[in-house]
Unconditional design. Structure first.
Length: 149
């Protein structure tokens, strides 16, 4: 239990400090990117994207997606192997909203962006479990054979 609390404490601290944050979900092959940078034309970004092979690839993708903000100076990556609902249960979603608000985002917009991303991740996880149950997910192997009777 103690290590779990320490991990969550580190995650919440990283959210507070990171310019750009990516929480990646190896089981889903997706990542949640939170870019707190802003300028006069663009506000902070919260987006569910495909997973990449390295942080350098992630930085390049963000810079390409948001060329008006220049180079990413710092990025933090957090692997999340737990279920999506635990993001909310452990206060991660609420802390992301706070981080966006402290970066100058309207509190309503910050909440909406985080909620939209959270719901998308929940749906991706739900679809993954459906494919697992149907035996159509390559990440998992069946331990029984389909009966052809």
């Amino acid at each position: 239990m103690e290590s779990r609390d320490e991990f969550i404490t580190q995650v919440l601290s990283t959210i507070d400090e990171a310019e750009v944050l990516t929480i990646f979900f190896p089981n889903l092959g997706r990542a949640l990117v939170v870019d707190a940078r802003r300028n006069f034309e663009e506000g902070p970004l919260v987006k569910v994207v495909g997973q990449v092979n390295s942080m350098e690839e992630r930085m390049a993708a963000i810079e390409k997606m948001r060329p008006g903000l220049g180079r990413v100076r710092s990025i933090a990556g957090i692997p999340w192997a737990k279920s999506i609902r635990t993001l909310q249960e452990n206060g991660v979603i609420a802390r992301l909203e706070q981080r966006l608000t402290s970066a100058g985002e309207n509190p309503y917009e910050a909440a909406y962006a985080c909620d939209t991303a959270f719901k998308k991740l929940q749906e991706l996880e739900r679809q993954q479990w459906i494919s697992v149950i149907k035996g159509k997910n390559s990440l998992y192997k069946n331990i029984w054979e389909e009966s052809r009777a």
